[in-house]
Write a protein that binds this ligand. Sequence first.
Ligand SMILES: NC(=O)c1ccc[n+]([C@@H]2O[C@H](COP(=O)([O-])OP(=O)(O)OC[C@H]3O[C@@H](n4cnc5c(N)ncnc54)[C@H](O)[C@@H]3O)[C@@H](O)[C@H]2O)c1
Length: 359
Amino acid sequence: MIDIFNNFYKGKKVLVTGHTGFKGSWLSIWLHEQGAEVVGLSLDSYSEKDNFVLSGIGRRIKADIRADIRDGQRMKEIFIKYQPEIVFHLAAQPLVRLSYEQPVDTYEVNVMGTIHIMEAIRVTKSVKVGVMITTDKCYDNKEQIQGYKETDPFGGYDPYSSSKGACEIAIQSWRRSFFNPIDYGKKHAVSIASVRAGNVIGGGDWAKDRIIPDCIRALEAGKVINIRSPKAVRPWEHVLEPLSGYMMLAQKMWNYPTEYCEGWNFGPENDSVSTVWEVVTELVKNFEFGVLKDSSDLNAVHEANLLTLDINKVKTRLGWKPRLNMQQCIALVADWYKRYKTEDVYNLCVEEIDKFIGR
Ligand SMILES: NC(=O)c1ccc[n+]([C@@H]2O[C@H](COP(=O)([O-])OP(=O)(O)OC[C@H]3O[C@@H](n4cnc5c(N)ncnc54)[C@H](O)[C@@H]3O)[C@@H](O)[C@H]2O)c1
């Protein structure tokens, strides 16, 4: 595999929370391929069709641990045992609609879970870098056309979005109180950042009420694809886009710990900001079959209509930019879902990472 990180991850001890999930499984594969010693910490995967299960990444990494991030004591024990150097915190309840059904759980996992991870980092001297994954939905959504900047206020209408806004406030507070760059090298040796991606899509996601998994389920069952919010505009991006950004950021934080410990948006270019209908049309085009139906649900729970991210900061300060446009992104997504049933999924993921890097 081509190494865009100049051998940085080789031999590094990296702890990934949420490694059984969609993004975490891809991140674990990529880190493993780079030679990192990956420790994964999560709940069980959701289904036998998850990328984590099909790829078998759990058997390849150094440790594949089942633990609940709401258990602060357990988090500290795991961190102390494995002595990670870099932490990517992805574990969360990540679904807007589920957060209306389970608001308390969503807050407990997302907010208290994040705090327990930061507390575990605090007692583990080996940790130098913590990348905390929140979301584009952490910003106070004003349904504005221009993208949200890192300096915009946090907020969130629904419990999921607001829990991630609350995570951002907690991360900011822990950074000021315990990981303050001013005290780096004197009171602590940790660099903490938060990262916000857009609507992440890619192979191996089967989450409920997410548009791509919903479409694939319908396509596989030969059913009509019902589109709940056809006009909703989202910053779509392939899973490898933000992951490449998180990995690049962690490397920068390692080398310049006081210069990059901030919030960062890893969204797509403006031309990939599209409506749900446009994205699904592109997916169906790639599959060469499938029937779409506008099933706008006027009684549905509130979800943001218009949401985009401003990515000038990552471009100018980090030198990161998206590699795929919307059409290339959907083609790569479709590629995984067309091939996962008949091919070795680990190799398929590695091939897709190589293809992505080669752009
Ligand atoms: N997928 C997206 O479009 C998107 C966009 C922006 C941000 N994010 C964020 O990225 C992260 C990963 O999202 P995803 O799409 O891979 O989600 P996912 O649901 O596929 O994975 C979530 C992971 O968190 C773990 N987890 C959940 N509750 C836990 C608990 N109590 N203790 C330990 N582990 C727990 C699960 O086991 C799983 O491994 C989340 O923080 C999410 O908010 C996702």
